[in-house]
Design a protein around this ligand. Structure first.
Ligand code: UT7
Length: 332
């Protein structure tokens, strides 16, 4: 029997309108455009403004565009998974809200939380449903409203993050394209270096947690940096090695956009030139679960059927992973 694979048959991104530039950040905290640019590669990021605007707004816009682009009726969707670290609410799942907003009445839907590796975890999970043969259209969303958990008086974190998201459609194929291999890893001993202290069951919200700023991202930047550089490069190299892929075979590295220096180190390790690295960190910063689908969306018109892509990410948890994708379609 021919093996079924999950092919990405469309991608769509969404970023909110408001642009928060390095220049504006200079007026908010003790920083400079020069420091941010040289240490991270970021020039600006997008912020979702307005009352009652959660991550589902980002996901809904991305999925609506995806359905239009792929000529899909919402009721055809079998499953919608949303990778996010900033759900609209503790429950219900943001995926449920998105599915309802787009009219995906026949889909079951749930959230998946793996911080910055969330999209890769969700993509891999979604591909397994397709491979069973039972599910024909699976939508994978990666979206985060990071501005909702950022302290805009902390210069070490507020310069990095932004809001945005994207979505891909997965469908079965018998061709040699699609999600070819994935290696996902996690290590909970990394939690002290990158987390949010309160708002969960261990420390529910209280007057004190708000006063102490415990509902914001806590990050020990240089410790996370060291783990990220090593692990993202190692896992990307491992996926290439076990599939006998050289740097030349790879059309694009699609890295999580956390820091340009981490991306450069990964590309060097993979022996991939900078012209083959998808990059949009300068425009959107780190959108957590949104970075990789936003990259695919930005570069979609340059991708050809059969192109080998290595998607790689590292994030809180710690979580990290790499996915080998053979692109399934030519520019439309
Ligand atoms: O996406 C999920 C995973 N997250 C990551 O992968 C992030 C990994 N970490 C990083 O990207 C980097 O560690 C940061 C961008 C967060 C920080 O860059 P760094 O080069 O590691 O800086 P540092 O934390 O070692 O700080 C160096 C100096 C410090 O000053 P002193 O102590 O040397 O006087 C900081 O106070 O830079 C200072 N600094 C700043 N200066 C101007 C920190 N943030 C800023 C800032 N503007 N925004």
């Amino acid at each position: 029997m021919t093996k079924l694979r999950a092919a990405i048959t469309g991608v769509q991104g969404y970023v909110p309108e408001y642009v928060l530039s390095n220049k504006e950040l200079e007026t908010m905290v003790d920083t400079t455009d020069e420091w941010i640019t040289t240490r991270t590669g970021i020039k600006e990021r997008r912020i979702l403004k307005g009352e009652n605007q959660g991550t589902s707004v980002l996901g809904t816009q991305a999925v609506k565009g995806l359905l239009e682009k792929t000529n899909t009726k919402p009721e055809e969707i079998d499953l919608l998974i949303c990778a996010t670290t900033t759900p609209d609410m503790m429950f219900p799942a943001t995926a449920n809200l998105i599915a309802n907003n787009v009219g995906a009445v026949n889909a079951f839907s749930y959230d998946l939380q793996a911080a910055c590796s969330g999209f890769l975890y969700a993509l891999t999970t979604g591909s397994q449903f397709i491979e069973t043969g039972k599910y024909k259209k699976v939508v994978i969303v990666g979206a985060d409203k990071m501005s909702s958990i950022i302290d805009y008086s902390d210069r070490t974190t507020c310069i990095i993050f932004g809001d945005g998201g994207g979505a891909v459609m997965l469908e079965p194929t018998e061709e040699e394209v699609g999600i070819m291999d994935a290696k996902l890893q996690s290590d909970g001993s990394g939690a002290p270096h990158l987390h949010m202290k309160a708002g969960g069951s261990r420390k529910p919200a209280s007057e004190d947690t708000v006063k102490n700023g415990e509902h914001y991202v806590y990050q020990e930047g240089s410790a996370v940096f060291k783990f990220a550089v090593t692990n993202m490069a190692d896992v990307a190299a491992a996926v290439m090695e076990r599939n006998k892929l050289s740097g030349e075979d790879v059309a694009y590295l699609v890295p999580h956009q956390a820091n340009k220096r981490i991306i450069d180190a990964t590309a060097r390790r993979m022996n991939v030139g900078e012209e083959k690295v998808m990059l949009n960190i300068h425009r959107y910063g780190n959108t957590t679960s949104g970075t990789i689908p936003l990259c695919l969306w930005d570069y979609e018109s340059q991708l050809k059927k059969g192109d080998n892509l290595i998607l790689a990410a590292f994030g809180g948890g710690f979580t990290w992973g790499a996915v080998w994708v053979k692109w399934a379609y030519d520019p439309k």
